[in-house]
Design a protein around this ligand. Structure first.
Ligand SMILES: Nc1ncnc2c1ncn2[C@@H]1O[C@H](COP(=O)(O)OP(=O)(O)OP(=O)(O)O)[C@@H](O)[C@H]1O
Ligand SMILES: CC(C)(CO)[C@@H](O)C(=O)NCCC(=O)O
Ligand SMILES: [Mn+2]
Length: 916
């Protein structure tokens, strides 16, 4: 009882300060960091980590850009030069099509050739951990991206141009990978009626043959894949509320798939490839668009849909009340406001078509068709006792009112027994299924954790948008951004609808309530991202229960939280842009890219502000990663590069003094000092202006010591005694040492050099192997795995323990020789290693880590997570199979908050009670 109370209190304390943390982290990471560190090191520009500037690190797990030997190509006619990337391999692509009665859907795959840098760190890690490079060979498609694009069928020429401009028809799957036995070049998988109808046109225009796949097979294959492999693919939508549902793959079948395209197909799905088309209706999306166009003279589907938002169907529809003199027909459960007869009112009036409002016509039509489909779907579900109904097809178009209407119908007629669900990739089921019909596509074998969805700016506009030329390169994308933002806030959401309070009737609400009056034409385009297939990602093996694991501590589905973070991010944007531009030498090109980045990222923020679930279920980790990805999209490789270098150098200069000081202490005080040191050094992270003011007279070691002195116990959550006991043993009892510790490191500079390295050294001294786990790609001023070996090499010059361990771990060049002749195995030393974590974000989602890290985790029995991103914003509530230590500094006002420390030590070893 007491224990659980204590646990609860600690938890509350922890949660209570999160509010304060958020601000600080962001302030710190984006504020202008002019600490004493930088002021002192005049030679900050000197390259300390030569690799960083030469070539972009190609993470084994996330495809990246190779900017080595990049050249700016000046073209007289063009105002802006093109950047040539000679070492950037061309994407290999292939394509599948679903050519429907209304829309053509494309799914295409692009892959960077596997050029991941085989650096010495990687090699030594591979050797040490017996880790090998995944299964790329046997699954040819893995390791690339899936793009989703659509065009109107009546504008098939635009589609052909798109395919041609991207050369998508040239990259069949087989020729790229097989031993040349089969040559399937020139064959594209295609489904939908158009695969028959337009086969000749494709042959004529592109010289390719369409390999026809059955439409129903494809719909089912696509739906099954999405529902199994994409987290939060399905959602419910009722009364304006969108809720993502996670369906267990072994609890998926049977279900009813209702694909609302031009016409509607209803398919009972019992398993992979096991299905039956049980029904359909000719009253579908084509009916709405076709009749709507005739009746309203609308020029586009979106225009028609937009009209409906301002409509009032009572002028068109005959309601029960119209028939019953304003009364309900309660005996049979019909309220006065229930539609008795769609468009029925128009018979009794002598009005001509022109006298009706197009808005009202559109809304009546939309309701008529949505209800009808909902009802037929329900009846079919009833027929086969199916509880779940998934609605796909582009009729839905992410449109809130349409979904609400369908949901209402299903809910109403089934008395709440059946549930309507929608799919984020709504209209792409068939195309995805066609894609999957390629042999050896490898998609079947992909697991949820190997897929990462991203939302680059290029995607919606090359792809999502139905009109317009494809964007070929960054230059075009930037020009496009410039043009597009001149037009204002175009990238926003479909207008969310909220039900009218107290309405009655079958419809549940009479008129859609809209926040704005326009339906953003790009909305549905933006909700489908690019799907990165990353076979090297794995679930972190030490998670106590991966099913229960939720990385994000803060719930962004809470609107005030989301708003808070979006505001923080937008407030710090200009500062980040300055840094990014400076990191690329402040050239005109960098400025232009910086500007485009700012526009793009603001557009994302605006979109999320308007529709929080626009990108699916978004956690803080995703949001922060989106910022980093957006920087990378505009070719900002490492915005904090020079800041990181300066801080590393300044910290390395004082490391020897610190080590001397530590070595003069007894074991117990050294352990405490080390932990205080980690906390103190993590504070350098925030580098706020207040901190600068306070410290501007000190040297880095003085600042570090001063903050360390402020780290007096007791801490906010203070489990140091438990940790100490585990490390040093109790009075008469000596605890066994840990075999291997994984240290998830955070920032460059003091944080890594004066905080984490000395702690690593202590572990090494005690005979524990140490693996430093760092980012694969830059994020803010976080240290990356690629930068660590150089930092360690520098530190090793002043410390035998680090030097020997780094040699054993293969991190030092001379050690490479040793490792290869394996004499090192005889050494009694334990190794210091570095692995990349698989991410490029200040947070870490432990469901998707690099295979290196997963391999390193196999023998680990101690985890140390440091800093707010990795231990607070994510993973605060994570439970592990082994000892885990989370070390975090937090506080609203830096000066007052030095004692705001979260420290907990969590035993999950058998039989021991969790302390938090
Ligand atoms: N931009 C658009 N242009 C035309 N129709 C659109 C658009 N956006 C959404 N729609 C709706 O989506 C429907 C087409 O959906 P979808 O692409 O799933 O079907 P399809 O494959 O073309 O049709 P079918 O499977 O019956 O051959 C249209 O009939 C229309 O109601
Ligand atoms: C003919 C298809 C399958 C073409 O996609 C589709 O438009 C559809 O299911 N139409 C409805 C046909 C019916 O079952 O009444
Ligand atoms: Mn179709």
């Amino acid at each position: 009882m007491a224990a659980s109370l204590e646990k609860e209190q600690k938890q509350n304390q922890v949660i209570g300060i999160i509010e304060e943390e958020k601000l600080q982290k962001q302030e710190s990471k984006s504020s202008n960091k002019i600490t004493r560190t930088q002021v002192e090191s005049g030679e900050g520009e000197r390259e300390m980590t030569p690799t960083a500037s030469n070539s972009m690190h190609r993470s084994g797990s996330r495809p990246q850009l190779d900017v080595s030997k990049a050249e700016i190509q000046v073209n007289e006619e063009e105002k802006y030069p093109t950047i040539l990337l000679p070492n950037q391999s061309d994407d290999l692509s292939h394509l599948a099509l679903d050519i429907g009665g209304s829309l053509i859907k494309l799914v295409y795959f692009s892959r960077h050739e596997n050029q991941s840098v085989d650096d010495k760190r990687k090699r030594s890690v591979n050797e040490r951990l017996g880790f090998s490079k995944g299964n790329r060979r046997s699954y040819p498609i893995l390791g690339g991206r899936l793009h989703f694009v659509k065009f109107e069928t009546r504008k098939i020429n635009e589609c052909l141009d798109f395919i041609h401009s991207k050369q998508l028809h040239c990259g069949g799957l087989e020729p790229c990978y097989s031993d040349g036995v089969t040559d399937q070049n020139g064959i594209i998988k295609a489904t939908g009626g158009g695969a028959y109808k337009y086969a000749d046109l494709f042959k004529e225009r592109l010289g390719v043959s369409l390999d026809k796949e059955d439409e129903m097979d494809c719909l089912v294959a696509g739906a099954n894949f999405l529902l199994k492999a994409i987290r939060h693919e399905a959602f419910t939508h009722m009364e304006g509320q969108k809720e993502f549902v996670q369906i267990e793959p072994n609890d998926l079948f049977p279900y009813l798939l209702v694909n609302i395209g031009s016409g509607v197909s209803m398919i009972k799905v019992d398993g992979d490839g096991k299905f039956e088309r049980i029904s359909g209706t000719n009253v579908g999306g084509g009916t709405y668009w076709g009749l709507g166009r005739l009746l309203t003279k609308c020029k586009s589907f979106d225009e028609l849909l937009e009209l409906s938002q301002k409509g009032d169907n009572r002028s068109m529809d005959m309601l029960v009340g119209d028939i019953y003199g304003g009364l309900d027909y309660s005996k049979i459960g019909l309220s006065a406001s229930t539609i008795a007869s769609s468009f029925g009112k128009t018979i009794s009036e002598k009005k001509e078509l022109e006298e009706y409002r197009p808005e009202d016509i559109s809304l009546s039509l939309l309701r008529m068709i949505s209800y009808n489909i909902g009802q037929i779907a329900y009846l079919n579900a009833l027929r086969f006792r199916l509880k779940r109904i998934f609605f796909g097809g582009f009729f839905i178009r992410g449109h809130a009112y349409t979904m609400d209407t369908i949901s209402f119908a299903v809910h109403f007629w089934s008395n709440g027994e059946a549930q309507a669900m929608f799919l984020r990739h709504e209209g792409f089921l068939g195309a995805l299924g066609a894609f999957m019909s390629y042999e050896k596509h490898g998609l079947d074998d992909l697991m949820v954790h190997q897929l990462v969805e991203r939302f680059p700016m290029g995607a919606p506009y090359t792809g999502g948008k139905i009109h317009g030329p494809p964007l070929g390169n960054l230059n075009e994308k930037i020009s496009w951004m410039e043009k597009f933002l001149r037009k204002g806030t175009e990238i926003t959401a479909p207008v969310p609808m909220t039900p009218l309070a107290g309405t009655t009737g079958l419809g549940g609400f009479e008129v859609p309530l809209s926040k704005g009056s326009t339906l953003r034409s790009d909305a549905s385009a933006l909700s489908v991202g690019v799907l990165h297939l990353v076979p090297t990602l794995e679930v972190f093996p030490l998670l106590a229960d991966p099913k229960l694991y939720e990385p994000n501590t803060i719930d962004l589905s809470d609107n005030s939280e989301l708003e808070y973070w979006l505001t923080i991010l937008s407030e710090h944007l200009s500062d980040l842009v300055d840094k990014a531009v400076a990191s690329e030498g402040g050239t005109d090109d960098a400025k232009r890219r910086g500007d485009a980045f700012a526009r793009a990222f603001s557009a994302h923020l605006a979109r999320l502000m308007e529709e929080p679930s626009a990108y699916g279920k978004l956690g803080l980790a995703n949001l922060l990663e989106m910022r980093e990805e957006c920087l990378r999209e505009f070719h900002f490789v490492d915005a904090y590069r020079s800041i990181k270098q300066r801080e590393n150098e300044a910290s390395l200069a004082v490391l020897p003094d610190l080590l001397v000081e530590l070595d003069s202490m007894d074991e117990e005080s050294r352990l405490l000092t080390l932990i205080e040191g980690v906390l103190a050094a993590n504070i350098f992270d925030w580098g706020s202006r207040a901190c600068v003011d306070l410290y501007h007279k000190g040297t880095i070691i003085e600042i570090y010591r001063m903050s360390r002195n402020k780290m007096r116990r007791p801490w906010r959550v203070d489990d140091f005694d438990d940790f100490k006991e585990r490390m040093l043993g109790a009075k008469n009892k000596k605890n066994s040492r840990h075999k291997r510790a994984l240290l998830f490191v955070d920032n460059s500079g003091a944080d890594i050099v004066l905080g984490m390295l000395p702690l690593a050294r202590e572990l090494l001294r005690r005979g524990t192997e140490v693996v430093l786990v760092a980012n694969s790609l830059p994020a803010l001023n976080d240290v990356t795995a690629m930068e660590l070996p150089d930092i360690i090499a520098e530190a090793a010059k002043h410390c035998d323990i680090l030097r020997r361990a780094a040699e054993v771990g293969g991190l030092l060049v001379d050690a490479m020789i040793n490792t290869s002749n394996s004499s090192i195995e005889n050494s009694s030393s334990v190794p210091l290693m570095v692995v990349e974590n698989g991410c490029g974000s200040p947070c870490i989602d432990l469901r998707q880590v690099s295979s290196e890290l997963a391999a390193a985790a196999k023998d680990a029995d101690l985890l140390i997570l440091e800093g707010m991103g990795r231990a607070l914003h994510t993973n605060l509530n994570a439970r592990f199979k082994c000892d885990a230590l989370k070390v975090i500094v937090s506080g609203l006002q830096p000066l007052l908050q030095f004692d705001e420390i979260i420290w907990h030590f969590h035993h999950s070893v058998f039989g021991r009670v969790s302390l938090i």
